[in-house]
Design a protein around this ligand. Structure first.
Ligand code: 5RP
Length: 226
């Protein structure tokens, strides 16, 4: 059921994509449905270019005939469509279970709009149940892990420390993290030398397609916060 809803949300968002757009492609299983839907539209004649938030999504898109540019050469993206691990009614989100949160945030920040696609399992009244991934410079591993402990019940190195992001960094997953004031936490994480990114998306998401039991709802940030 979750997979069917992921597909529905992804296909609803894919319908927003128009000729000539530069699209940011998210990462994960829901984003994979998006890339598949865009691949079908490109095969049918849609003309788009894309940037990808992970090597895996770039490879998936190229295999389907989608032109993928190097994000290093791209200043602005028209629309980014990506999954999430948690999304609250005001469209704040947690991302990064797939480890791509730094590239996802860089692409989102360069995007005129960021649309999240998710199944009902990702909808929460407030953030805090999902682990919060933090991307850490390996050089600063021990000191960063020590400082992260202040903000969570426990901090776990992904894959026992063996995991590496596409940027060559490790990931610390925060469990039972301090979700009372996510903006304060985001600022505190960003201020730790050696933290290069984290999965709190507090301002980036402009809209979401959320699917439940075969029905898709579109939520806009303005409507959600107003
Ligand atoms: C990857 C992400 C994903 O978008 C998020 O983990 C959701 O993944 P899925 O669609 O597989 O549930 O943030 O870094």
């Amino acid at each position: 059921m979750a997979d069917a809803d992921k597909r529905l949300a992804a296909e609803a968002a894919a319908a927003e994509v128009q000729d000539g757009m530069l699209i940011g492609l998210g990462t994960g299983s829901t984003a994979a449905f998006l890339i598949a839907a865009l691949g079908r539209r490109v095969a049918a004649g849609l003309r788009i270019e894309a940037v990808a938030t992970s090597d895996a999504s770039a490879a998936r898109a190229r295999a389907l005939g989608i032109a993928v540019l190097d994000f290093a050469d791209v200043a602005m993206v028209d629309l980014t469509i990506d999954g999430a691990d948690e999304i609250a009614p005001d469209l704040v989100a947690v991302k990064g279970a797939g480890g791509a949160m730094l590239r996802e945030k860089a692409v989102a920040a360069a995007s005129r709009r960021m649309v999240v696609i998710a199944d009902a399992g990702k909808r929460v009244a407030r953030l805090g149940a999902a682990k919060l991934p933090v991307e850490v410079l390996p050089f600063a591993r021990a000191s960063v892990l020590h400082r992260l402990e202040r903000w969570a019940e426990w901090v776990e190195q992904r894959d026992g420390g063996a995991y590496r992001t596409d940027n060559g960094n490790l990931v610390a997953d925060l469990h039972g993290w301090d979700s009372g004031d996510p903006a304060r936490l985001a600022a505190a994480l960003q201020a730790i030398p050696g933290v290069v990114g984290h999965g709190l998306f507090l301002t980036e998401v402009t809209a979401a397609y959320l699917a439940r039991d075969g029905l898709v709802a579109r939520v806009e940030r303005d409507a959600a916060s107003g």
